[in-house]
Each structure stands twice: as structure tokens, then as C-alpha cells.
Design a protein around this ligand. Structure first.
Ligand SMILES: [Zn+2]
Length: 333
């Protein structure tokens, strides 16, 4: 008997050098819609915001500091990124602590007044939406990366993406009044399309409501919430701390009582903990490796495709028969 692929979407080695190459290539190429490359230079911390910039202003020369294969919490403030930051007229980042380990270094070393905190050219998506799951702050380093201000991974909520898009439009119009009409038109087209996508996704994913998932970190927490799903297990023993064998073993009993739909890890996360769990937990469930953001922000409708992919993968997991032992071993080994 065959069953749908247990591991879905992109997986594979984490080619860091290739990822940096991609970031550089994006900067050089700008958007595919703009052969003349005359538009303003925009630096983004994460690819989802690069995709949004491309939606609103295809002429922009946009570079993303990270790719879907990198953990946005932890990258190096490399010289190439400092150079990009130095030339940027606008920087678009998530904020709320995601980039606190590297963005301030870039801002300081680039010494570009346009993209310092408080300048109109520094746009934080998290300033424009409410965040879920705020926690009490702690100074204990063993407490993990707890995002005390709330979960910053807000781009996994398509409704919050729409709110950010509107705020980004306004910021672009403020920075570049000469392009205000164009940005408004692009935004109107995006917003109309996005609204209809929301309806499609809601209808499609109705059967996922109430389902439980095991997942690593709070990466997809906004998506679970939007879909009415519940992350009943976190592979991390504490937010931001890597999974440990004893913590994973402790999940097995709860799994038996209330098995989740699947175990989900992000494409940039180490999949070994998730593999161990699906190998040892009973009843068996799929391991879904999902990209935590868009793969190529310069592709048209990159954000749409990312949500499509995630919802399709979850629906496949929901409709699939329980994976057989052999196929799970073959595909997760
Ligand atoms: Zn996080």
C-alpha cells in the first residue's frame, strides 16, 4: 500500500552558502518585473516581506537577508548584508525580537540613517498588528527564547499579512510620493486577490478545525490559530531551547491519549527530533516538513503559493491513512 509522501515540500541539505548567494542574487536582479532596475533599494529581513514589497512595488530592488532554509532568529551579520543595508532606502523586518541577534549589528555597521529605528525607512511588521501569546519576561538565559512581547511569527496569519500590507503601502507612499498612485493600485489589486484567497483557504481547510498538531517552536502558531487547530505538543522543552531526548520521550504518553494529526517541523529546523517522534510515537503519524516562509519572494504570488502549500500538506495528512512502518522509515530515515 502506498500513502502520500510523509515528508512534504522542500527538504534537504541546508546550503548556507547557496542561501547567501541567493540573497545576493535577489539584490542584484531586483524583481523579475523590473528589467531596468531603477526602483528604490529595499532590504528585508525575511523573504515574506520581500514578497510583499514585490507585490506593492515590482520596480523595487529587493534583497532578503534570510531564506526559507535559514532560521531568522540566528544569522550572522555578514559584510554582504551590511553593504545591502548601507544602500537601502527602506528596510522591512518583523521586529518583536526575531532579529535582535543580528539586525542591530547591521544597522550600526551600515550607519545608514534611513534605516535606523525611528526613521520612516525602518518598517517593523510587528508594530502594526497585535501579537499572540505574550509571556512574562525573564532574565534567566536557561528559560529559552521566549518572545516576551508575544509571538513574532505573525506572517503565518494571512489576515495579519493583509494588515501589514496596508501599513507597508502607506509607508512606501510616505517615502516615495512620486510612486504613491502606483503603490495604491498594486495594493488594491493585492488586497482584492488576498480577500478572495482567504475565503478559498477557509473553505478548503474547514476539516482541519479542532485538529491537533505536534510542532517545533511557535513558528506556525498563527497558522494553527487561523485554521482553528491546536498545537498540543511542542518539540522544544522550553520556547527556543532545542528538543531533548527526555522531553521527546515525555511526549509519547500524551500522544497515545490524544494523537495529533501530524508532526510539523519547519524547513529551516533540524528535523531529527520530529523524525524520532514519528518513529517512536503510536499511533503513527506523518512528519510534515513545511517551509516557514516563501521560497522565492520574486515569484508572482509567492505568498499565495506558500499558504496553498501548507494547507494542502495539512489536508493530505488529514486524509491519509496512517503511514505504514516501512514507508515512514523509508521517508524519514
Ligand atoms: Zn521564534
Amino acid at each position: 500500500m502506498t500513502h502520500p509522501k510523509a515528508e512534504t515540500v522542500t527538504r534537504g541539505p541546508r546550503p548556507l552558502s547557496a542561501a547567501w548567494g541567493l540573497a545576493a542574487a535577489l539584490f542584484l536582479l531586483g524583481s523579475p518585473h523590473c528589467q531596468a532596475r531603477q526602483g528604490p533599494r529595499v532590504f528585508t529581513c525575511e523573504p515574506e516581506w520581500a514578497a510583499l514589497v514585490v507585490e506593492l512595488m515590482p520596480r523595487a530592488q529587493v534583497a532578503s537577508a534570510t531564506t526559507a532554509l535559514q532560521d531568522p532568529h540566528h544569522i550572522e551579520a555578514r559584510p554582504a548584508l551590511i553593504a545591502q543595508m548601507r544602500q537601502a532606502e527602506l528596510a522591512v523586518c518583523t521586529g518583536a525580537g526575531v532579529e535582535e541577534g543580528w539586525l542591530p549589528v547591521l544597522q550600526q555597521r551600515a550607519a545608514n540613517p534611513k534605516v535606523q529605528d525611528g526613521s520612516p525607512g525602518m518598517f517593523y511588521a510587528s508594530d502594526h498588528v497585535t501579537l499572540i501569546d505574550p509571556r512574562a519576561a525573564t532574565l534567566n538565559p536557561l528559560a529559552g527564547d521566549i518572545h516576551p512581547g508575544g509571538n513574532p511569527h505573525l506572517h503565518a496569519d494571512p489576515e495579519r499579512v493583509a494588515v501589514v500590507a496596508r501599513a507597508l503601502m502607506a509607508r512606501m507612499q510616505q517615502l516615495w510620493p512620486q510612486h504613491a498612485d502606483e503603490v495604491a493600485q498594486r495594493h488594491a489589486a493585492f488586497d482584492q486577490r488576498w480577500t478572495s484567497r482567504l475565503t478559498v483557504w477557509r473553505d478548503k481547510a474547514r476539516g482541519l478545525k479542532g485538529q491537533r498538531v505536534a510542532a517545533q517552536h511557535s513558528t506556525f502558531a498563527y497558522l494553527w490559530r487561523w485554521l482553528g487547530m491546536l498545537q498540543s505538543m511542542d518539540l522544544e522543552p522550553k520556547p527556543g531551547l532545542p528538543p531533548t531526548p527526555s522531553h521527546l520521550r515525555s511526549l509519547l504518553q500524551a500522544w497515545k491519549v490524544q494523537p495529533p494529526l501530524a508532526t510539523v517541523v519547519a524547513a529551516h529546523q533540524d528535523p531529527r527530533a520530529g523524525r524520532w517522534l514519528v518513529d517512536h510515537a503510536r499511533p503513527r503519524r506523518m512528519l510534515l516538513v513545511l517551509p516557514a516562509t516563501v521560497a522565492d519572494p520574486t515569484k508572482p504570488m509567492a505568498l499565495d503559493h506558500w499558504f496553498d502549500e501548507m494547507i494542502e500538506a495539512l489536508l493530505r495528512a488529514a486524509s491519509a491513512p496512517t503511514p505504514t512502518e516501512a514507508s515512514v522509515a523509508a521517508e524519514t530515515g
